[in-house]
Design a protein around this ligand. Structure first.
Ligand code: ZN
Length: 436
């Protein structure tokens, strides 16, 4: 996995995984269980303070309190702090869900005593000695040394060049299946630095829609990606979730049947989520590959903070209840961002204002020309085009000239390609335009 860093839009961070093998379990088990004890202390103290003072404690409050605890001195101080930070992330996620109307959510809870919690080592928590990572514990304890294979810190970019990354964060996670620890995995996050991006080249624009993504490039290429599979998987996932919640609401909380239901729910959702994520990755990878192959320097996407999308889905600032039944636009965009960045292509969010109510060819604005069944039929220049492709072309014009209205398209279209998910080969494939 990778992402671009908030500190600089072109800074690339990337995580590599190294399986450690079960023989390292005796070394890491005490550390992971110590982290788990800190987590449980967080839960316990938050509840105490909530009971006594009717408020949640702050992060700083808990960190200060725990400094005197013996368990705090088992880990490196940054690793111990990271647990508290994770706890507060979980609390704020819980609160956000509550605010969005998901009243069935529970606050972060205690974990069983022998639970192996993921331990994080921040920049000052580890040293690098050639091909060995030295993971520091508290000052009095011997650090843990992990030998890594040659080339462990080299990341290969899509064009084949290898980049040496600087490790900035290390995590040790347990892989657990059916209550059995199967392996320990080391996750190392590398900083690949600020990636040079091309400053000249073509521009592509993407219009994200429910179940459909349209693409237009300044080379005149139009693409339509049919994502009904992703959408139906998202909807099916939410249906399964609702069914489980309904079933569990009828059982006594904490009972054996309730617990069995809970673990079945987690298993099923994990499986469905994996499937959705796989399709999302295939889609954004295809975007980046097309952009790379067609000499694109800038890739434009609709600005998600824009009002148009929320207006279209009828959510205008309301609590986003329907949002769960859509594709995860934000996640898709951030995936598209780092995949493009690895190819030296910059992603730029741009306003989608007027793009769905203007003719991309002649620039006349008339929202009535967006006909039913998603077709754009221009009353002036007689252009007939799939409405989302019209939107993508307008987004492109908007990016190039500041506005999509009152201006003709400066290039000719070269035709439309249609892509759809192929379940047998697990990727998007090109199909005949009639399929759309
Ligand atoms: Zn027109």
């Amino acid at each position: 996995m990778a992402w671009s860093d908030k500190s600089h839009p072109h800074r690339l961070l990337l995580t590599k995984q190294f399986p450690l093998g079960l023989e390292t379990l005796p070394v890491f088990q005490p550390v992971m269980q110590a982290a788990n004890r800190i987590w449980n202390s967080c839960v316990w103290h938050s509840r105490e303070i909530f009971r006594q003072k009717d408020r949640w404690p702050t992060e700083a409050e808990l960190k200060a309190k725990f400094k005197s605890f013996a368990v705090w001195r088992e880990l490196h101080s940054q690793s111990a702090q990271a647990v508290v930070e994770e706890y507060f992330e979980a609390v704020s996620a819980y609160r956000k869900h509550r605010e969005n109307g998901h009243l069935e959510m529970n606050p972060p809870n205690f974990k069983p005593k022998n639970h192996l919690r993921t331990v994080t080592w921040k920049r000052q928590g580890f040293d690098v000695e050639d091909n060995t990572l030295v993971l520091k514990l508290s000052r009095k304890k011997e650090p843990i040394k992990v030998a890594l294979p040659e080339g462990w810190n080299v990341v290969t970019l899509p064009d084949g060049t290898g980049v040496r990354g600087i490790p900035v964060e290390v995590k040790v996670k347990a892989v657990v299946r059916r209550r059995k620890v199967e392996n320990l995995v080391l996750h190392v996050t590398f900083d690949l630095g600020v990636v040079p991006v091309y400053r000249a080249g073509a521009v592509s624009a993407y219009d994200y829609n429910s179940g459909l993504v349209a693409r237009a490039t300044s080379n005149g290429q139009l693409d339509l990606f049919i994502c009904r599979e992703i959408l139906s998987q998202v909807q099916y996932r939410n249906k399964v979730l609702a069914e489980f919640q309904e079933k569990m609401s009828r059982l006594k909380e904490g009972s054996r049947r309730w617990r069995r239901c809970l673990s079945a729910k987690a298993r099923k959702l994990k499986k469905l989520d994996r499937r959705i994520r796989q399709m999302e990755h295939a889609l954004t990878k295809l975007f980046a590959e097309l952009d790379g192959a067609e000499g694109v320097a800038f890739s434009v996407v609709g600005d998600l903070t824009d009002l148009r999308r929320s207006a279209r889905t009828g959510m205008k600032g309301k609590k986003a209840n329907q949002k769960v039944n859509q594709m995860a636009y934000e996640r898709l965009q951030s995936e598209q961002r780092y995949k493009n960045l690895m190819r030296g292509i910059e992603i730029d969010p741009w306003t989608e204002k007027n793009t769905s109510s203007t003719c991309c060819l002649c620039g006349t604005r008339n929202s009535a020309w967006r006909k039913h069944r998603g077709l754009w039929v221009c009353g002036k220049c007689k252009l007939i085009l799939q409405a989302d492709l019209n939107g993508a072309a307008n987004l492109l014009k908007q990016y190039l000239f500041g506005s999509c209205t009152g201006r003709e398209l400066p290039f000719a279209f070269r035709g439309v390609r249609v892509w759809r998910w192929d379940g047998r080969h697990n990727r998007f494939v090109q199909v005949s335009p009639r399929a759309a």
